[in-house]
Ligand binder design. Structure first.
Ligand code: NAD
Length: 358
């Protein structure tokens, strides 16, 4: 594989940090950019420990056009993976302007810096949220698109901006990746999801209940039209997702075409199935209390992953048990996330063989 320089925005975030390691392992040079608005500088130390070399990193707000121009001039990246965005749906309803200006302003300054420097390969973090309330399952890429909140709008609009760029100039090669529900952590237990405050997503919440940091899980509705009545989602291991980015970049350079693909497993699990799998992986009780449905939640949502398999030769390989085991390892080695004592200095017992096996 040709070694390329890939610029990652939002590089110290949850998905980008795993993608950084996957790109390094594939032989690419990575330049990370982040403003630490939702991540910690400690991530860079963990990446260094895992990648075996000092990471190349620039602290900057991607909305700062002058800073970006300078970074592009200095590092001359061949491609960009644009992760930087704010991502909390509820917060986006309360602070729409902050979401539009950060998520769209950031995208504009990234593509403008790319245009000025002659870099025209970009991978964009989109989301299954662009499917709104799905009419059919599994969800294929040609399903109807809609957004039910400002966060979802920023993803839909971001996709539109990039498609219009491709239509205006065939030199742009764009991969729009629609993630389903990323969960789990790196198998080392050194990097993982570190939500600030109350977790918005199910698995980090379950992890904190298992660890005793929270008393119980609220299950929002058990009267949906699903096998056990609880909501069904397509959970995908973050390391599988990271590999999907490596494959998408390869496709942009090799096939020379743009694409839009789902990154999901194609298999849905209910809330209760996930809770049972997590209890097994952690050996802990996970008390649950059923409460009314949340407005806007759909009964079930899972991907048709066929296009990614066909075009990228990529498919998710890790099952739910592995997602839970890796999440739990991260949780127990880092009970206070990146701000706590680093695992090497912590008194946690070493990983057992069964924990480290795939
Ligand atoms: N995690 C999910 O469930 C999920 C699902 C679908 C799509 N996505 C998308 O994937 C991408 C990454 O998500 P994540 O879960 O890793 O989130 P994250 O919050 O862990 O990572 C985002 C990173 O971007 C940085 N950032 C935000 N605004 C910035 C700015 N203006 N300048 C520089 N850095 C900035 C943050 O500090 C953070 O490190 C986002 O675009 C998100 O919308 C996430």
């Amino acid at each position: 594989m040709t070694r390329r320089t890939i610029l990652l925005t939002g590089a110290t975030g949850y998905i980008a940090s795993h993608t950084w390691l996957a790109l390094s392992a594939a032989g690419h040079a990575v330049v990370g950019v982040d403003d630490f608005s939702n991540s910690s500088p400690e991530v860079l130390k963990r990446i260094e420990a895992l990648a075996g070399h000092e990471p190349v990193f620039e602290r900057a707000d991607v909305c700062d056009k002058a800073a970006l121009r300078q970074i592009f001039a200095e590092h001359a990246p061949d491609a960009v993976v644009h992760f930087a965005a704010r991502k909390a749906v509820g917060e986006s309803v309360a602070q729409p302007l902050g979401y539009y200006s950060n998520n769209l302003g950031g995208l504009f300054s990234v593509v403008e810096a790319m245009q000025a420097s002659g870099c025209r390969h970009i991978v964009f973090s989109s989301s299954a949220t662009v499917y709104g309330v799905p009419e059919r399952l599994p969800i294929a890429e040609d399903a109807a698109l809609s957004a039910t909140n400002p966060y979802g709008q920023t993803k839909l609009m971001g996709e539109t901006v990039l498609r219009d760029l491709v239509a205006s100039d065939a030199r742009w090669k764009v991969a729009i990746l629609r993630y389903f529900n990323p969960v789990g952590a790196h198998e080392s237990g050194l990097i993982g999801e570190d939500p600030r405050g109350t977790p918005n997503n199910l698995m980090p919440y379950v992890a904190q209940v298992a660890a005793g940091r929270r008393a119980q899980l609220q299950v929002f509705g058990n009267d949906y039209d699903t096998a056990d009545g609880t909501g069904v989602r397509d959970y995908i291991h973050v390391s599988d997702l990271a590999d999907g980015h490596v494959a998408a970049l390869q496709y942009l350079f090799d096939a020379g075409r743009s694409l839009t693909v789902n990154l999901g497993t194609g298999r849905g699990y209910s809330v209760l199935e996930l809770v049972r799998a997590y209890a097994l992986a952690s050996g802990r009780d996970i008390p649950c209390r059923v409460v009314p449905r949340r407005p806007g939640d759909v009964a079930a949502c899972y991907a048709d992953p066929a296009r990614a398999a066909q075009l990228l030769g990529w498919r998710a390989v890790h099952g739910l048990d592995r997602m839970c085991a890796d999440s739990w390892r991260w949780q127990r080695l880092n009970p206070h996330g990146f701000e706590g004592v680093p695992p090497a200095a912590s008194p946690m017992p070493p990983l057992t063989l069964s924990e480290t096996s795939r």
